[in-house]
Design a protein around this ligand. Structure first.
Ligand code: ATP
Ligand code: MG
Length: 196
């Protein structure tokens, strides 16, 4: 390809991109999902939180995970004024106590609802919530109602594997992390600062 042809091709590409940017003019909060079996779902959500905080946006995080494990993103983002609500009590894989697990989940969901109802929040992250729906701890219908009736400017991120197809349908942006390789499979231990 000669220089003139190259320039012509770049010009056509630019016109197509410009036309698409021109078309996308609607301003509203979006619903994003990071799902799949590959690494990067929670870190992508926290990366977006960092981006939002960097623009003085208000972010809230709800984590539907057991335990009070330290995690690097929480240490940093709490200092930057991001509230974290972590499902702490009652939920243990060890006891398999369904009633206690459901109660812990529903208590945590109440915190999520406060964020989802508040116009103050520009971004709400519901980390690992997909499992709560799969395990039937949290009614899918309640999650859909909360998402669809949130303030119009509010962005939402859901993370977790095996996301329900109705949520996928409802979402505006869905990214599936695909595990091409994972260090754990070749015997490398999970690392502070990389894995949590
Ligand atoms: P991360 O928190 O690193 O973004 P994630 O949110 O995509 O990962 P989860 O399913 O929430 O993944 O699992 C959390 C932990 O499991 C992390 O420590 C992560 O490194 C690890 N992990 C994620 N995917 C895999 C995989 N395919 N094989 C082994 N471990 C994984
Ligand atoms: Mg995760």
């Amino acid at each position: 390809m000669n220089e003139a042809q190259h320039q012509q091709r770049q010009q056509r590409l630019k016109q197509r991109v410009d036309a698409r940017i021109e078309q996308a003019q609607r301003e509203q909060g979006i619903f994003m999902i990071f799902t799949g079996n590959g690494k990067g779902k929670t870190t992508a959500a926290m990366g977006t939180a960092t981006r939002a905080v960097g623009h003085q946006k208000k972010v809230g995080v709800v984590q539907f995970i057991k335990g009070t494990w330290e995690n690097g993103e929480r240490n940093l983002l709490e200092q930057a004024g991001v509230p974290f609500y972590v499902m702490e009590t009652g939920f243990t894989w060890e006891t398999q106590d369904r009633t206690a697990d459901t109660q812990a989940c529903l208590n945590t969901w109440q915190h999520a609802l406060k964020l989802l109802n508040s116009p103050q929040y520009d971004l709400v992250i519901l980390d690992e919530i997909t499992y709560m729906i799969t395990l039937n701890y949290l009614p899918l219908e309640d999650v859909i109602n909360a998402i669809t009736s949130r303030p119009a400017h509010q962005n939402i991120i859901i993370t977790g594997r095996a996301c329900h197809r109705m949520l996928i349908e409802l979402a505006d942006t869905v990214t599936e992390m695909r595990p091409v390789k994972h260090a754990f499979d070749s015997g490398i231990k999970a690392q502070k600062g990389i894995d949590w």
